[in-house]
Design a protein around this ligand. Structure first.
Ligand code: GLA
Length: 724
C-alpha cells in the first residue's frame, strides 16, 4: 500500500496497537498487559507493514520490586504509586484520591480514534480524542473527562495530552519574554527533573508562550529530529517537560493545575483544550514550516460565506492611529490620517483607543462602549463613510473584558469584576477585569459588540486585553466551585467570538494583549491576526519576529512602521529599513503620517505596492531563517518560497558592521534546482556580481553575494526571485 492510500488510523485487535499515520509521521500506542494505554512511537513514518508487539509496561529502576512509574502512559491518572507528572488528578467526594485509568473501549473516527479509559473501580471515564492531519502529520489531542459517579468529583489537574520521547540527549526550545520584549527563543539542554513553562495570569501571557520544540542533540535550524507542540488555550496553562530517572522525556500540558479545582457533578463532563503535536526531521526550520502551514490550513478562521475552504487571505495593509494620536482621537484628526493613508495604498484604516465613553486617558471609560459625543458629534458614520470613500475598509479598537472603576458600568455593576468579596481589588493600568465567566457579563459584552457591528460598517476589531488577573474570585458560585472561573472565562471568550463571527461573518479580529500577551492556537481559531508586541522598533522587531516564527506563521504577524527616533529606545532608522523590517510579516503603518514629507510618502507608497505584489509568498510560503538575528549577530536574513516554488522573497539586514566583515554569502533554500529564477531588487541594490537569472541550483549552492557597499548601521535590502 502506498503512503497516501494507507488509512490514517489503524487498530490491530490481536496486539491492541493503535497506529496513526499522516504526512511523514507515525504515532503508535497500545494497551499494555496491565490495561494501561502506553505510548510506543512518535517520529518519522514507518513502513505500512511494520508491526509492534503488544506494549509491555516499564518498571521503575530500583533494587526492590517496584512500581511501573516509568511507563510512558498516554494519559495517566494519579494513583497506584505514580511519581511522574499525571495527566489527571481528582478528589472523590469520600476523600479518595486514587485514580487508575485503564483502557475500556474505542471507536475509529474519520481521522483518528476516540479511546475511552475508565478508573479500575469508579465511574470516571476519560475519552481521549486523537485526530491526525493526513498531509502534515500534526496530531491534535484532547480529553473529555466525565463523572458518572453518584457524587461530585473535583478535578485538580487535567492535561490535554502527554507526549513521550525515548531516553536520549535533547535540546528544549521555548519562548519567553515580557511586555515590549516578547518572543525570545530559549534553547537549553534538557536535564533530569521537571521544567515548567506556564502562565498563572488567567490568559496566555507575555512571559511564556504555550509552545515547545524538543530537538535530538544540539539545536540546528536545518537538520535533526524535532518534536514540537502547541497548546490551544488562552487561559492559565502549563506545559511540564520532564526527564525521568531513565532519561526518557514526557511533556504534559493543559489547564494550569495551580489554583485549579473544577467540580464535576454527576453526569457532567469537562473538555480539555487541544494540544497539537508534530514532528520534523529537518530541524527547527522544518518544524516551523509544518506548523505555519497547519495554522493556515486548519487553525485560522476561514473566510465565511465564501465557500467552506476559502483559506485565510493575506492581511490587508492597515493604518493604525495609536502611535500617532494615542487617545486624542477626533473626527477631523482621523480623517486627516485616513486621507494620507489612502494616498499610500493602505487597504484598511483602524482607529485605536480613545473613541468611546469618557476616555481621555487610561483612567476612565473602559466598559462604556458608546461613541464619545464630543470627539464624534455625529457618531462614527462620517468617519467610516470617508474611509470607505477613500477606498479602504474600517476597523476599530475595543477592550471588551475590562472596566475602569471610573466608568458608568462599574458604578452600576461593581460586582461584575473578578474579586474576592470584601478584599482590595488590585488595579493595573487603572483597570479591573470583568468576570466574563458570569452569564450576565457575557451577555453584556456580546450585546455591546453585536450592536456596534450591527450599527456600523466595521470590517475589523482589534480586540485588546491589557492586564492580567488578580484576586480571581467568583462569589456567585459556592466556595468550592469558584475556581471554575479559570475554564469558564476563556470558554465564554471563545463563545462570544464564535457567535460574533456567525452573526457578522465578514468581520475580522485581531488578538492584542498589550502587545503579544494572547497569542496561542486557541484564540487563533477566532482571530485572523495578532499584535506581536507594543515594541515597534524595527531593529528589536527583527529578533522578536524571528522568535515569533518558531511557533506562528508570518500570516498573522502584524508589523507596523512607526516614527523615528523610536519612542521606546530612541533609535533612529531610515524609513526603508523600517518598511523592510515590517514587510517580513503582515505590513501596517502606525506612524504620524500627517507629518511625512513628499519623499517619505513616495517611499512608503512604492514599497507598499511592491509588498502587495509578493505578500502571499512572504506570509504564506515556506519560511527559511537563513541567518538569525539572535545572540548579537551583526546580520540577519530570511527567505520565503511560495508553495509551487515559482517565487521567493529574501530580506537581508545589517545591524552594525565591523571593519572587514562583509555580509555573508546567502545560500538560498527551498527553490526548484532545475528551474531558472530571475533576481530583482525590491529595495536597495545590494547584490554584487550576481547574474540577473540563474538556476535554483545556483542560488542554493553558489548563493547570493552582497556588495561591499552594503555595510554600516541598520541597513536593509530585499529581493524577489521569479521563476522564468
Ligand atoms: C495596548 C495595545 C496598543 C494600543 C493600546 C491602547 O497597549 O497593545 O497597541 O492599542 O493598548 O490603549
Amino acid at each position: 500500500m502506498t503512503a497516501s492510500a494507507q488509512p490514517v488510523a489503524t487498530f490491530n485487535q490481536s496486539t491492541k496497537i493503535f497506529r496513526l499515520d499522516g504526512g511523514d509521521v507515525s504515532y503508535v500506542f497500545g494497551v499494555n498487559s496491565r490495561g494501561e494505554l502506553q505510548q510506543l512511537y512518535w517520529g518519522g513514518r514507518l513502513g505500512a507493514n511494520d508491526h509492534f508487539p503488544q506494549a509491555e509496561p516499564m518498571r521503575e529502576w530500583a533494587s526492590f520490586d517496584s512500581s511501573y512509574t516509568t511507563t510512558p502512559q498516554e494519559y495517566a491518572g494519579w494513583g497506584a504509586g505514580l511519581f511522574v507528572e499525571p495527566a489527571l488528578k481528582v478528589t472523590f467526594a469520600d476523600g479518595n484520591r486514587d485514580l487508575v485509568l485503564h483502557y475500556e473501549s474505542h471507536v475509529v473516527t474519520p481521522d483518528g480514534f476516540d479511546v475511552v479509559l475508565k478508573d479500575i473501580q469508579r465511574a470516571v471515564f476519560v475519552t481521549l480524542h486523537y485526530s491526525m492531519d493526513p498531509k502534515m502529520g500534526i496530531l491534535a489531542r484532547s480529553a473529555t473527562i466525565e463523572n458518572r459517579e453518584a457524587q461530585p468529583i473535583t478535578i485538580e489537574q487535567a492535561a490535554a495530552a502527554a507526549w513521550a520521547l525515548p531516553a536520549g540527549n535533547y535540546t528544549l526550545n521555548y519562548l519567553t519574554g515580557r511586555w515590549a520584549g516578547e518572543w525570545t527563543l530559549n534553547q537549553e539542554t534538557l536535564r533530569p527533573g521537571e521544567r515548567l513553562i506556564e502562565s498563572r495570569r488567567g490568559s496566555t501571557s507575555h512571559q511564556a508562550n504555550p509552545w515547545f520544540a524538543i530537538e535530538a542533540g544540539a539545536p540546528d535550524e536545518n537538520h535533526g529530529e524535532v518534536w514540537f507542540g502547541a497548546l490551544a488555550w488562552s487561559g492559565s496553562w502549563r506545559i511540564t517537560v520532564e526527564k525521568d530517572q531513565l532519561d526518557a522525556v514526557r511533556v504534559t500540558g493543559g489547564f494550569n493545575p495551580f489554583d485549579f479545582g473544577y467540580v464535576l457533578h454527576p453526569g457532567e463532563s469537562l473538555e480539555t483544550p487541544e494540544f497539537y503535536g508534530g514532528y520534523s526531521p529537518d530541524g527547527l526550520g522544518g518544524a516551523s514550516r509544518i506548523l505555519h502551514h497547519y495554522e493556515i490550513a486548519h487553525i485560522l478562521p476561514h473566510r465565511m460565506g465564501e465557500g467552506d475552504n476559502a483559506a485565510p487571505r493575506p492581511r490587508p495593509v492597515i493604518y493604525n492611529s495609536w502611535e500617532a494620536t494615542e487617545m486624542n482621537v477626533t473626527e477631523a484628526g482621523q480623517i486627516a490620517l485616513a486621507e494620507k493613508a489612502a494616498a499610500l495604498g493602505v487597504d484598511r484604516f483602524v482607529m485605536d483607543d480613545g473613541w468611546f465613553g469618557q476616555r481621555k486617558t487610561d483612567h476612565a471609560g473602559l466598559g462604556d462602549w458608546y461613541v464619545n459625543p464630543v470627539k464624534f458629534p455625529h457618531g462614527l458614520k462620517p468617519l467610516i463613510d470617508k474611509v470607505h470613500a477613500l477606498g479602504m475598509d474600517f476597523g476599530l479598537w475595543v477592550e471588551p473584558e475590562m472596566v475602569n472603576p471610573d466608568s458608568d458600568l462599574y458604578r452600576k455593576h461593581p460586582d461584575w469584576v473578578l474579586n474576592f468579596s470584601g478584599r482590595p481589588r488590585s488595579e493595573e493600568r487603572n483597570q479591573l477585569v470583568l468576570n466574563l465567566a458570569r452569564p450576565d457579563v457575557r451577555a453584556y459584552v456580546f450585546g455591546f459588540l453585536d450592536k456596534l457591528l450591527t450599527e456600523n460598517d466595521i470590517a475589523f476589531l482589534k480586540w485588546d486585553y491589557n492586564r492580567n488577573w488578580s484576586e480571581p474570585g467568583w462569589d456567585q458560585l459556592p466556595p468550592n466551585e469558584e475556581k471554575k472561573v479559570y475554564v469558564e472565562f476563556t470558554r465564554n471568550l471563545y463563545g462570544i467570538l464564535a457567535e460574533l463571527k456567525k452573526r457578522h461573518p465578514k468581520v475580522e479580529f485581531e488578538s492584542c494583549s498589550g502587545g503579544g500577551g494572547r497569542v496561542d492556537l486557541g484564540i487563533l481559531k477566532y482571530a485572523d491576526e495578532v499584535w506581536p508586541s507594543d515594541n515597534t522598533d524595527p531593529f528589536d522587531r527583527l529578533t522578536q519576529q524571528d522568535g515569533f516564527t518558531y511557533a506562528y506563521t508570518p500570516q498573522i504577524m502584524m508589523a507596523w512602521v512607526t516614527d523615528s527616533p523610536h519612542w521606546l529606545n530612541k533609535r533612529s532608522t531610515s524609513l526603508e529599513y523600517r518598511l523592510l523590517s515590517s514587510m517580513q510579516g503582515s505590513l501596517g503603518i502606525g506612524a504620524n503620517i500627517t507629518k511625512w514629507n513628499d519623499e517619505e510618502m513616495a517611499t512608503a507608497k512604492r514599497l507598499i505596492a511592491a509588498y502587495h505584489q509578493v505578500q502571499k509568498t512572504i506570509v504564506q510560503g515556506d519560511e527559511y531563517r537563513l541567518i538569525s538575528p539572535r545572540n548579537g549577530s551583526e546580520f540577519s536574513a530570511t527567505q520565503t518560497v511560495n508553495r509551487d516554488k515559482s517565487q521567493s522573497v529574501v530580506f537581508a539586514f545589517i545591524h552594525s558592521t565591523q571593519e572587514g566583515r562583509g555580509f555573508p554569502r546567502l545560500k538560498l533554500m527551498g527553490l526548484d534546482p532545475a528551474a531558472e529564477y530571475a533576481l530583482t531588487p525590491i529595495e536597495g541594490n545590494a547584490a554584487k556580481d550576481t547574474p540577473a537569472t540563474a538556476s535554483g541550483a545556483w542560488w542554493m549552492n553558489h548563493g547570493l553575494d552582497m556588495s561591499d557597499d552594503f555595510r554600516g548601521d541598520f541597513q536593509a535590502a530585499a529581493f524577489r526571485l521569479d521563476r522564468k
